[in-house]
Design a protein around this ligand. Structure first.
Ligand SMILES: C[S@@+](CC[C@H](N)C(=O)[O-])C[C@H]1O[C@@H](n2cnc3c(N)ncnc32)[C@H](O)[C@@H]1O
Length: 241
C-alpha cells in the first residue's frame, strides 16, 4: 500500500514512521509512505501558503492552490482531508482505508484550509470531537491503525483477531511476575487449562464491553454461551471453574 501525506510539518512524521511496526512495514515493502511538504508548491516567492480569511475573523487560512498543485504532482489516490468536521474515524474506517492501494492524507493547520479543497478530496475524516493544532497527529493515528491491518504487517496475525473493536473489547492481559505488590495474575491463566482460559477471556471481554461499550455489544454476534455469560455478568456473578 502507498500512503502520501501532504503537510506543512514533515518533521512531525520522522520519529513515528521510523519506529516499531511502521518502520518494519516499510522495510518489508508492505507499505510505502511519502511525506510531501506542500509549502514547496506555493507560487509565492517567500513560499507563503496562508492568508487572511475573506469576511474577516481570527487566524489564517491555508490557500487551496499549493495543495491542489501538490496533489497533481503525484498519481491519483483515495484522498482524505483531516478535519474536525469529518466523519469520525474508527476501526471500521481503518479497515476500509487499509484496502486502498493508494491513500493520500491532507493535513490542515492554522484555522484550516480554504473550503474549496473539498472539491479535490474524496472524504473528510475527524479523529474525534476535539481540536488539534494540525492534521499531522490525525494522519499519524490513521496511518498507524491502517498499517496494522495490512496483511503480514503484524508478525502474529492472531493478535489482530482478539484486539478490541474486532468484535468485543479485548480481555485483560498479564505477564510476569505472577505477583506484583500483592496483585496476583488470575489463577486460571496459570492453570494450563486451555478451555478454561478461553472461557475466562471471553467472559472478561463480554464484561468489559457490557460495562463500557454497550453500543458494541448490541452489534456483536453472540453465541448461546455468551448469553449465559452475560446473564452472570448482569447478576454481578463471576465465572467459576
Ligand atoms: C486548528 S484546526 C482548525 C479547526 C477549524 N478552525 C474548526 O474549528 O473546524 C487545524 C487543522 O487541524 C486538523 N484537525 C484539527 N482537529 C482535528 C480532528 N479532530 N480530526 C482531524 N483533524 C483535525 C485539520 O486538518 C484542521 O484543518
Amino acid at each position: 500500500m502507498r500512503i502520501d501525506v501532504l503537510t506543512l510539518f514533515p518533521e512531525m512524521f520522522t520519529g513515528v514512521v521510523n519506529s516499531s511496526i511502521l518502520q518494519r512495514a516499510i522495510n518489508e515493502n508492505h507499505l510505502e509512505i511519502n511525506i510531501i511538504d506542500y509549502r514547496k508548491f506555493s507560487l509565492d516567492k517567500n513560499y507563503k501558503v496562508d492568508d487572511y480569511p475573506y469576511g474577516g475573523g481570527a487566524g489564517m487560512v491555508i490557500e487551496v492552490e499549493p495543495i491542489v498543485l501538490a496533489l497533481r504532482s503525484i498519481p491519483k489516490g483515495y484522498t482524505v482531508l483531516t478535519s474536525p468536521k469529518g466523519v469520525t474515524y474508527n476501526q471500521d474506517k481503518a479497515k476500509e482505508l487499509s484496502k486502498k492501494d493508494h491513500l493520500i492524507i491532507v493535513c490542515g493547520h492554522y484555522e484550516g484550509i480554504d473550503n474549496r479543497i473539498t472539491n479535490y478530496i474524496d472524504e473528510e475524516i475527524s479523529i474525534g470531537d476535539y481540536i488539534l493544532t494540525g492534521g499531522e497527529i490525525a494522519a499519524l493515528a490513521m496511518i498507524d491503525s491502517i498499517a496494522r491491518l495490512i496483511p503480514n504487517v503484524l508478525g502474529n496475525q492472531e493478535s489482530l483477531q482478539s484486539e478490541s473493536f474486532e468484535e468485543l473489547l479485548e480481555y485483560p492481559q498479564y505477564t510476569r511476575p505472577e505477583e506484583f505488590e500483592g496483585l496476583k495474575v488470575p489463577s486460571v491463566l496459570l492453570s494450563g487449562h486451555h478451555e478454561n482460559v478461553r472461557k475466562w477471556r471471553r467472559f472478561q471481554s463480554l464484561k468489559k464491553t457490557y460495562e463500557r461499550r454497550q453500543d458494541i455489544l448490541e452489534k456483536a454476534n453472540l453465541t448461546k454461551e455468551d448469553l449465559k455469560f452475560l446473564d452472570l455478568i448482569k447478576e454481578g456473578k463471576d465465572l467459576e471453574f
